[in-house]
Design a protein around this ligand. Structure first.
Ligand SMILES: Nc1ncnc2c1ncn2[C@@H]1O[C@H](COP(=O)(O)OP(=O)(O)OP(=O)(O)O)[C@@H](O)[C@H]1O
Ligand SMILES: [Mg+2]
Length: 350
């Protein structure tokens, strides 16, 4: 296990700067998740930590060691990719032990490590099979097992579950959470999946165009996003945002003069009769999902707002509704998109 620290890390490809000065201190045993839109630099940053990409500027510390110029093999990290790349002609056992055998580890020791990893990953009944006889989730577990046997100082995962179907992703998400609980290793994990990020992370790092937009626990990012980008990136369906000067808004007190954007999450709006709540709308579309219904309402100059209602709403398109914003759950942002902190709750209060 090791702590990992990035100090003013930059990556340039010729004239193009892809990572624009990232500072990040990862504690020993922490589960860190990188999220951000496609092309924001998640994989590049992970590969720089692994040593698969050269660091153009700045420093990468692993434990007390400056690893910036160390080759991947000397960093003691294990990387698990989206594609499992197992050896098709080898058994699961041989695939998992391959790196140990290549390093000249004695057979008995290798078998013991493979057996232990197979136990953790519930692969014991499959050790004699070939990869082609496994499901996608089982193959991904073998790929993880291959990295566990090396006792890495930290695990680096780049979208390891994105090739799996929805049900398998849920199962593997659980397995990875259990793995972190039992190994207590430092893990850095890249994903596009909101649910993976929210459920697995101790802290989420939101990247935007090569920069860290905000770092915090899932709860901090959800409750107190520092800017509009994070506010709309974390949470699904995403936060409704409209001009703070919207004339149709019925607020009990004037907003601070710096407020340019008003934000409210779909789950923090209740529906009532037209004329009640903070703004009126007309039901445009109903998205019935069983447990929830997403109601998209046309709210004049505030635009289309999404409301997350429980079960079946009994509403119909064209029906007028009043939208009531939950107390203390509204967000304000200034003209630069930065959150305006208000009072103790850090959120707008009315
Ligand atoms: N060898 C390269 N030369 C020039 N630009 C590169 C190179 N490799 C990556 N890039 C650019 O660096 C940026 C970051 O790429 P990266 O693969 O890190 O994104 P990402 O956040 O992992 O995206 P995705 O979610 O699509 O996997 C992209 O704009 C990409 O085009
Ligand atoms: Mg990537």
């Amino acid at each position: 296990m090791a702590s990992i620290e990035l100090k003013s890390v930059e990556k340039w490809y010729g004239e193009a700067q892809v990572i624009k000065g990232v500072d990040l201190a990862i504690e020993e045993g922490e589960f860190i998740i990188f999220v951000g839109p496609s092309g924001c630099g998640k994989s590049t940053l992970l590969r720089m930590i692994a040593g698969l990409e050269e660091t153009s500027r700045g420093q990468i510390m692993i434990g007390a060691t400056d690893a910036t110029a160390e080759p991947p093999a000397r960093r003691g990290l294990a990387m698990v990719f989206q594609s499992y790349a197992l050896y098709p002609h080898m058994s699961v056992r041989d695939n998992m032990g391959f790196s140990l055998r290549a390093a000249g580890v004695p057979r008995a020791e290798m078998d013991a490590k493979v057996d232990e990893a197979a136990r953790v990953l519930k692969l014991e009944p499959l050790l004699d099979r070939r990869p082609k006889d496994l499901s996608g989730g089982q193959r991904q577990r073998v790929a993880i097992g291959r990295s566990i046997v090396r006792d890495p100082t930290a695990f680096l995962f780049d979208e390891p579950l994105s090739n799996l179907d929805a049900a398998l992703r849920v199962e593997m998400r659980y397995e990875i959470a259990k793995l972190h609980q039992s190994l207590k290793s430092t893990m850095i994990y890249v994903t596009h999946d909101q649910v993976e990020a929210m459920t697995l992370a101790d802290r989420i790092v939101v990247l935007e165009a090569g920069r860290v937009s905000q770092v915090g626990s899932p709860r901090e990012l959800y409750e107190r996003p520092g800017n509009l980008f994070v506010a709309q990136f974390i949470g699904s369906p995403k936060m409704n945002v409209f001009a703070a000067t919207t004339p149709e808004l019925r607020l009990p007190a004037p907003l601070p003069r710096t407020a340019a954007h008003f934000g409210i999450r779909p789950e923090h709006i209740a529906l009532g009769a037209a004329g009640s709540g903070q703004i009126d709308g007309t039901v445009d579309v109903l998205e019935y999902l069983g447990a929830d219904t997403y109601v998209i309402a046309d709210c004049g100059s505030a635009g289309k707002l999404t409301i997350r209602a429980h079960g079946d709403t009994g509403l119909a398109p064209g029906q007028p509704v009043g939208l009531k914003f939950e107390d203390g759950q509204t967000h304000l942002f200034d003209g630069d998109g930065l959150a305006i902190r208000q009072g103790r709750s850090d959120r707008a209060v009315f």
